[in-house]
Design a protein around this ligand. Sequence first.
Ligand code: PGA
Length: 262
Amino acid sequence: MAKRKPIISGNWKMHNNHFEAIQLVQKLGYEITVDDVEHVEVTVHPPFTDLRSIQTVIDADRIPIGLGAQHCHFEEKGAFTGEVAPSMLAKLDVEYVIVGHSERREVFGETDDDVNKKVKAVIKAGMTPILCCGETLDEREAGQAEAKVEAQVKAGLAGVKKDDVAAMVVAYEPIWAIGTGKTATADDAQAMCAVVRATVSEVAGAEAADAVRIQYGGSVKPGNAPELMSQPDIDGALVGGASLEAESFARIVNFRLADAAS
Ligand code: PGA
C-alpha cells in the first residue's frame, strides 16, 4: 500500500478575530517545526476575515502550515450576497477548503448536490477539497451509518475525475462526536474510514482509493490522537475545539512522538 502522508487540519469554526488569529498562528509557528511537517501536513482553517492576515504571517515568518478555508460558494461570481468564490480564496494562497461540514449541512441546509458542486468548483480553482461526511446518532443506532456515509461520499464525488479524487481529502466525522467530547472508538473510526475508502474505490477505482487521504474528526484530542492515527485507514484528523489552543493542536500534530513514548 502506498504510504500516505498524514494531514492534520484545524477547523477554527467561528472563533478568533484577525488579531487573535495572528497570535494563534504565531504560537503555532513556535510549536510546529519544519521537521514536524516532514512527517505530517498541517493546515488551519480560520474564518474568512482572518485569511489575509494569516497568509501574511505564514509568509513573513515562514510558518510551515498550509492555509485553509471552511466553506465557499460554487459559483465564480454574481449576485450571491454574503458568499465567497473559490477563486477569491485561491488568490489568498488558500490550499484546502472544507466542503460539506455537518454544520453547513445541518445549520445552513447544504445539500449533497451543493456539496458536489463545491467539490468541483474548489478543484477547478486549483485547491483541494476536504469533503466531510458522517452519520447522526439516530442513524448510527438504526444501523444506517455505513449507508449514510456511502451515499454522501458517492454524491460528493459524482463526476469528479479519478486523479482529482486521488489528490483529495475526505473527513469522516460522526455528528454525535463533534464538539461533544465523545470520540468514536478507534475500531469504529477505522471501520467507517474503511467504508469511505471502499466507496472511493467503487466510484474512482483502486488507485484513487489507495491515494486519497481520510481524516477522522469528532473530539480529537492529544490523548486520543495516537490511537486513532495508528489505524490503517485513518490518515489524519479534522480538529475543532482542540485546534483553538496552540499547545493542544501541536501535540495532536506530533501524535507520533506521544506514540513512541507510550
Ligand atoms: P471537534 O470538531 O473536534 O470540536 O469535535 C470537529 C469538527 O467539527 O471538525
